[in-house]
Design a protein around this ligand. Structure first.
Ligand code: ADP
Length: 326
């Protein structure tokens, strides 16, 4: 189980941290993938734009290879059982631990005038999203590790108090390291809402991709063999590893080690490989995004599968909690 907020355009971080694993997982697991529209309300977006954003996220998921016939692809607000579970879990979540969450502290810095309770309890709703399907594997990027640790705490508290209902959810990446895709300016991660000029979006035009990559920071190159790569150069190699062939990566790695690397050439190569990667996804997503009746069918089918699973869990939850009076 996993989700992505409809807060903007999907980017390379979403693809390599999340979507790529969704597509692999749908072949061998029962999967639930959700557009987290309720989560997006914590930052008070203009809700007139929600519909277009939800459609975009759905289309970009499908264009990246997610098959709505294999996995359940749905909208969070179409599954009201989640909000009931969220309420029960809130009784097991403590103010102190919620205030210590890194993402909460980060939001407190960015939007000090909107420290609402939904923002504080974000990890609780996220836990409800996951365990409503009694899911144990959560394909997410590295930025979500702390939230999953909190989810395990809430699960253990629930199971301890009311009896074993939920498995412990774990971040999942097919046994590989969790990925963090850095922003092109080397100052953080690629993101829907921040670092936009230094983030590569799945909807970026070829020209835009070229422009952003060519602007990435470099220097005059190493002068002595064995010089460690500065963070902004490491980032370029990391991006190249994601989208270029192994031989291409190897040749630039060698050029770096031998102090003859030309970063202009490296960025040109990276831009062309990135265009070959993003271009087909962009075009497919564009076509799906404009097919509203297809998107409606996808959402209805997804909600039906998700509600069947959530309904069964909530029955179990109410029984274990003693909320059954007939
Ligand atoms: P964003 O941070 O861009 O708003 P979300 O919070 O909706 O994205 O996260 C959706 C998924 O994408 C999560 O699984 C998250 O771990 C992953 N993700 C987001 N940014 C990155 C990144 N730069 N690198 C790796 N994974 C990422």
């Amino acid at each position: 189980m996993s989700g992505i907020r409809p807060t903007g355009f999907l980017h390379l971080g979403n693809y390599f941290g999340a979507l790529r694993n969704y597509v692999k997982m749908q072949e061998s697991y029962t999967c639930f993938f959700m557009v987290a529209d309720l989560h997006s309300l914590t930052t008070h977006p203009d809700t007139k734009e929600l519909k277009a954003h939800v459609h975009r996220v759905l289309a970009e998921n499908i264009a990246s290879g997610l098959d709505p016939d294999k996995a359940a692809l749905y909208c969070q607000s179409h599954v009201p059982e989640t909000t009931e579970l969220y309420l029960y879990l809130n009784m097991l979540a403590y103010k102190g631990e919620l205030e210590k969450t890194t993402t909460f502290k980060e939001k407190a810095r960015l939007q000090p005038d909107n420290m609402n309770a939904g923002l504080l309890t974000y990890p609780v709703l996220q836990t409800a999203d996951i365990i409503i399907h009694r899911a144990s594997l959560v394909p997410v990027g590295k930025d979500q590790e702390q939230h999953l640790e909190m989810a395990r705490n809430f699960v253990n508290r629930f199971n301890h108090r009311y009896g074993e209902v939920f498995p412990e959810p774990m971040a999942f990446n097919f046994g590989e390291e969790l990925v963090k895709v850095p922003s092109l300016d080397g100052t953080g991660k690629m993101s829907k809402s921040e670092n936009q000029h230094a983030t590569l979006y799945l909807a970026d035009s070829d020209e835009m991709i070229r422009k952003k990559i060519m602007k990435a920071q470099t220097d005059s190159g190493p002068t002595e063999p064995g010089t460690p790569k500065p963070a902004y150069i490491e980032n370029l190699f990391l991006l190249m590893k994601l989208v270029s062939g192994a031989d291409v990566l190897e040749s630039f790695e060698q050029a770096y080690q031998e102090c003859r690397i030309r970063y202009g050439d490296m960025k040109k190569q990276l831009a062309e490989d990135m265009i070959a990667f993003i271009g087909p996804i962009r075009e497919k997503a564009e076509a799906i995004r404009n097919d509203h009746s297809y998107l409606r069918q996808v959402m209805e089918k997804g909600a039906e599968k998700a509600r069947a699973s959530s309904g069964a869990t909530m029955k179990l939850v109410r029984e274990h909690m003693g909320l059954n009076y007939y």
